[in-house]
Design a protein around this ligand. Structure first.
Ligand code: PEP
Length: 252
């Protein structure tokens, strides 16, 4: 039996003003206050981070950013650094979401630096990996995952691997309603854990591998019961506090 606490993280993407985020958190907090043993995180846009840190203080809800730059400072218009997030008391950061990789050209090389910069600043990184539909159809899923894990975690010392949560997010399942089957999710999560075990069996046993891609209140329980799936990264269904709280309850 695994001792890994499940992590349920809601990725809001470019949704919610500060006022909307406030009404969300006020609705969420009472609904998750008894979710013992589950780590709950919301990932608001940068503009709502400080307000959410304040509103969630003292609760079980953690606040993660959706991205950050790999360097400490510099001429990078529109970017923020790990230290800037840590100063806000943000708990962690999503790195390498497929939307950032596809729409903004985020590279594995930059991600390797982002992961270590986040860890150095005391932030918990969630590193996203996953194959496209055509890669799956070609039988390239494991090759893609191996590449992204090796590159993204390449600069993390073996004894620190479990400090990074890995989100397996098949691109074809994100925002499409086409959730991975339990077998597909379990196979990929177990494969990722085996890759980690190649560097440290002990860290692989402790590391959290979570699933993302069209998770909702109706399918969460089946996915979260899988032996190698330690939580969920939730997009669309995390925008509604009732549905998000139901996913948290399914993790208990
Ligand atoms: C995501 O964007 O990380 C995600 C999993 O989105 P959705 O749940 O909407 O598929």
């Amino acid at each position: 039996m695994s001792t890994r606490a499940p992590l349920i993280a809601g990725n809001w993407k470019m949704h919610k003003t500060i006022a909307e985020a406030e009404s969300f958190i006020q609705a969420l907090l009472p609904r998750v206050s008894a979710a013992d043993g589950v780590d709950v995180a919301i990932c608001p846009p940068f503009t709502a981070l400080a307000a959410m840190v304040d509103s969630a203080r003292g609760s079980r809800v953690q606040v993660y950013a959706q991205n950050m730059h790999q360097l400490q400072d510099g001429a990078f218009t529109g970017e923020v650094s790990a230290a800037m997030l840590a100063e806000l008391d943000v708990d962690g950061v999503i790195l390498g979401h497929s939307e950032r990789r596809e729409l903004y050209g985020e590279s594995d090389r930059a991600l390797a630096l982002k992961v270590t910069a986040a860890l150095a600043a005391g932030l918990h990184p969630i590193l996203c990996v996953g194959e496209s539909e055509s890669e799956r159809e070609r039988g390239d899923t494991e090759r893609k995952l191996r590449h992204q894990i090796q590159e993204g975690l390449g600069k993390v010392p073996a004894e620190q691997l479990a400090e990074v949560a890995i989100a397996y997010e098949p691109i074809w399942a994100i925002g499409t309603g086409a959730v991975a089957s339990p077998e597909q999710a379990q196979d990929a999560a177990a494969f990722i854990r085996a890759l980690l075990a190649g560097r440290s069996a002990e860290q692989a046993e402790r590391a959290r591998v979570i699933y993302g891609g069209s998770v909702n209140a109706g399918n969460a329980a089946e996915l979260l019961a899988l032996p190698d799936v330690d939580g969920a990264l939730v997009g669309g269904a995390s925008l509604d506090p009732v549905q998000f709280a139901a996913i948290v309850a399914a993790a208990q």
